[in-house]
Design a protein around this ligand. Structure first.
Ligand SMILES: Nc1ncnc2c1ncn2[C@@H]1O[C@H](COP(=O)(O)OP(=O)(O)OP(=O)(O)O)[C@@H](O)[C@H]1O
Ligand SMILES: Nc1nc2c(ncn2[C@@H]2O[C@H](COP(=O)(O)O)[C@@H](O)[C@H]2O)c(=O)[nH]1
Length: 199
């Protein structure tokens, strides 16, 4: 039977990627967006990083040993993966594909090397880069979170400069100066992308 409802060809969900240096507020923004956009589903990554206090396996991450992660890579279970500051991170492929097929949107909160791999596979994805108001403010946020050692903070800050240099590969840049404003900008991007005429 023909479905002649206007707009019915837009049934597949959209893939959003949110990147930005460690501590810029990606997780905070994603938490704030939860509930505001009912069609938006969050991808849970696999990582070899140890859980932080309060992090729950299967909710914040799927926590894996190095061997388990390498198995996932070899079995082609990951849409993308990257080594970041001494640990592996990757996006389970199956969940992303099934979410999009079901008509829901998905958002991947991932670093830039992985985002560029996703762009190769999903050029139609929407790539958003979250910026701090300044590098000093970025450092204050990572330090203030209280989760990383001084050495890890220094390493993450040095990677941050390179990451910001790759922002040119993204479709949108949003400054996370104030959390409500940043969320509103990202919500606006998501709404606009749904109104876009796609070939
Ligand atoms: N707009 C903001 N103003 C002030 N503080 C903020 C803002 N957004 C986030 N923060 C704070 O900055 C810290 C880092 O935020 P968050 O953990 O969300 O960063 P992230 O980008 O997800 O980091 P990572 O990549 O390391 O996981 C948190 O303590 C959070 O409360
Ligand atoms: N390439 C990927 N990067 C990921 C993934 N999941 C998270 N991340 C990014 O790693 C860093 C560090 O995260 P943290 O939780 O240890 O602070 C951060 O930029 C995340 O966005 C992933 O699946 N692939």
């Amino acid at each position: 039977m023909t479905n002649n409802k206007l707009g019915s060809n837009m049934a597949k969900g959209l893939l959003f990627v949110l990147s930005g240096p460690s501590g810029v507020g990606k997780g905070t923004v994603c938490t704030a967006l939860r509930g505001k956009l009912p069609k938006l589903v969050y991808s849970v990554s696999a990582t070899t990083r140890s859980p932080r206090a309060g992090e729950v396996d299967g909710v914040n991450y799927f926590f894996k040993t190095r061997e388990q992660f390498l198995d996932m890579m070899q079995n082609d279970e990951l849409l993308e993966h990257a080594e970041y500051v001494g640990n592996y991170y990757g996006t389970p492929r199956d969940f992303v594909e099934k979410t999009l097929q079901s008509g829901n949107d998905i958002i991947l909160e991932i670093e830039v090397q992985g985002a560029l791999q996703v762009k190769e596979k999903f050029p139609e994805g929407v790539f958003i880069f979250l910026l701090p108001p300044s590098l000093d403010e970025l450092k204050d946020r990572i330090v203030g979170r209280g989760t990383e050692s001084k050495a890890t903070i220094d390493h993450r800050m040095s990677v941050a400069v390179d990451e910001i240099g790759l922002m040119k590969h993204y479709d949108y840049a949003v400054v996370n100066d104030e959390i409500d404003c940043a969320c509103k900008r990202i919500e606006s991007i998501i709404v606009a992308e749904h109104c876009k005429v796609r070939q």
